[in-house]
Design a protein around this ligand. Structure first.
Ligand SMILES: [Zn+2]
Length: 266
């Protein structure tokens, strides 16, 4: 009985994550044009917190909005999964991206550690298998915001692992490519310690049918990172770096489709 209930909730979760299965035959994909930016947390879900009441939900929303403004100036259609301090459920975030048929999904988060010296930026793409234990724990902590069923994804649930594999593989190469470009752009300055590109089972990435990454823009529990993230300079630097990464990825994606003058505006 208990097993049945567990299976039931797993399947419900799987449906919420998948939002319908991929595989429909589409016409030739159009030119790269739509980006969904997902600011983590919101409302009663504060995410990580740092000194002086600095909250992840506020920092990531501000960076998301700065990035959105830059991408709009590049002529891209930009959608934000939230544009105010409200909690948005997992299926609303993924549905917005899937219904917009977006070309790229960028989830923005800030990190926390029990060790105050841990700092730096890391970029993730989805995989049922985490790069390491720390990545698995991070995905579990971030997934927990969407409820206990979502957190199970990072616990190696076999059904969800299969589903996640299927969803993540479709855009695995492109997600990995954008993750690499993004990490390079935002973590190349000396002051920003790069923790590299990693994989972990983030439910929000597993639920979208497009290249998708999750960027952890620094540790609010680290004094240096928190101080930087509290200010305009670092938030702008992150938004600029991500915008440059999008421009470069856009050019590659359009070039792949044989679109001439890719990335040169419209
Ligand atoms: Zn977060």
């Amino acid at each position: 009985m208990y097993a049945c209930m567990a299976l039931g909730s797993t399947l419900a979760m799987a449906t919420a994550v998948a939002g319908g299965l991929p595989g429909s035959v589409d016409a030739a994909p159009p030119r790269f044009g739509t980006v969904v930016i997902d600011a983590g947390h919101g409302g009663g879900d504060h995410g990580a917190s740092g000194p002086g009441g600095l909250l992840e939900k506020d920092v990531v929303l501000d960076v998301a909005e700065r990035l959105a403004r830059r991408l709009e100036r590049e002529g891209l259609d930009v959608r934000l999964t939230r544009s105010n301090d409200a909690f948005v459920a997992l299926d609303e975030r993924t549905r917005l991206a899937n219904e917009a048929d977006a070309d790229l999904f960028i989830s923005i988060h800030a990190n926390a550690s029990t060790y105050r010296r841990v700092r730096g930026i890391e970029t993730f793409f989805a995989s049922p298998e985490a790069t390491d234990e720390a990545a698995r724990e991070l995905a579990q902590a971030e997934n927990l915001a969407f409820g206990s069923a979502a957190a199970k994804v990072s616990d190696g649930d076999p059904l969800l692992a299969i589903l996640g594999d299927m969803l993540a593989n479709e855009h695995l190469t492109a997600s990995q490519e954008f993750a690499r470009i993004a990490q390079q752009e935002i973590a190349r300055v000396e002051s920003a310690k790069s923790r590299g590109v990693k994989q972990a089972p983030f439910v929000v990435l597993m639920g979208v049918r497009m290249p998708a990454v999750l960027v952890e823009i620094g540790f609010l529990t680290n004094h240096g990172d928190a101080r930087a993230l509290a200010g305009d300079t670092e938030r702008d630097r992150l938004a600029r770096g991500l915008a440059e990464a999008v421009a470069s990825f856009r050019q590659r994606q359009d070039a792949r489709l044989g679109i001439a003058g890719a990335g040169g505006g419209r």
